[in-house]
Ligand binder design. Structure first.
Ligand code: F6R
Length: 264
């Protein structure tokens, strides 16, 4: 695990976008796992900037989003599909046939739909690089606390804290969805490389439990400790409760010296 500490959200988004861009340059047909949420907006802005500047080509990139609210059509302004269009897809040269987001409008055989989503990931050769945010309760994707570490893409009931956090984005009086389709923790752990980005003091407790706490389904992001190639990029407020900051900085310095490929 690599922990990259940055001063603020601006530095984080530049570094995260740089790592994504470098992965795409090395493998132009990269399969990219994507997250939504406020943390990702600046990262996507930076990717759009690089694309417009001609230094990042999305024409062969394949994407799979982590999750989608159940009950929301792709055109709904709060759907994750809409978020992705608004912040990334509509502004870069990605092919629409290479974009995959779970369908929030499905009804009935959820298991069959979710198995097909997993299958599509396998058909694409698996996820090369997965971007993640983290919830205040430690969720990744919409894998809420107590999600099985081996879980796969499935229908998930959201926690009250998550529903309340999300309610802020919905119009007054509009009900925030209570369920979502999400890749499982097991699905996420199969990605070849994982990049988790966290900003702001409200994430400090979850970040510390994820990095320094025990691996437990009570903190879904702690399962990332089981992955061989995960990088956390965290700003000062989100890193405030970490106890091993000096050690992470030294590890980073040595990584830059000995295995610089991991950082580019
Ligand atoms: C959404 C997702 C969620 C968010 C998390 C953080 O696709 O995967 O796990 O990453 O809820 O959201 P923000 O960045 O809004 O704090």
């Amino acid at each position: 695990m690599l922990v990259i500490l940055k001063r603020d959200a601006g530095e984080i988004s530049r570094q995260a976008a740089q790592l994504v861009a470098s992965a795409v340059r090395k493998n132009p047909s990269l399969t990219l796992g994507l997250a939504t949420g406020s943390t990702m907006i600046a990262v996507y802005q930076e990717l759009v900037r690089l694309n417009k500047a001609g230094s990042l080509d999305f024409s062969q990139v394949v994407t799979f989003n982590l999750d989608e609210y159940l009950g929301l059509a792709p055109t709904h302004p709060q759907s994750f599909h809409h978020f992705m269009q608004q912040h990334l897809f509509a502004h870069v040269n990605i092919s629409s046939r290479n974009i995959h987001t779970p369908d929030g409008t499905i009804r009935g055989d959820y298991d069959k739909y979710c198995a097909a989503y997993e299958d599509a990931i396998h058909q694409a050769g698996g996820i090369d690089l997965q971007l993640l945010g983290i919830g205040r309760n430690g969720h990744i994707g919409f894998n809420e606390p107590t999600s099985s570490i081996g879980s796969r893409t499935r229908l998930k009931v959201l926690e009250k804290e998550t529903i309340d956090d999300n309610a802020k984005s919905f119009a007054p009086g509009e009900e925030s969805p209570r369920c979502a389709i999400t890749m499982g923790i097991g699905t996420i752990l199969e990605a070849r490389k994982i990049l988790l980005i966290a900003t702001g003091g409200s994430k400090a407790a979850a970040v510390t439990k994820a990095i320094e706490g025990p691996v437990t389904s009570a903190v879904p992001a702690s399962a990332l400790q089981l992955h061989p190639d995960v990088t956390f990029i965290i700003d000062d407020p989100a890193a405030a409760q970490l106890t091993q900051r000096d050690y992470y900085t030294r590890v980073l310095e040595m990584t830059a010296l000995l295995t610089p490929d991991r950082l580019s």
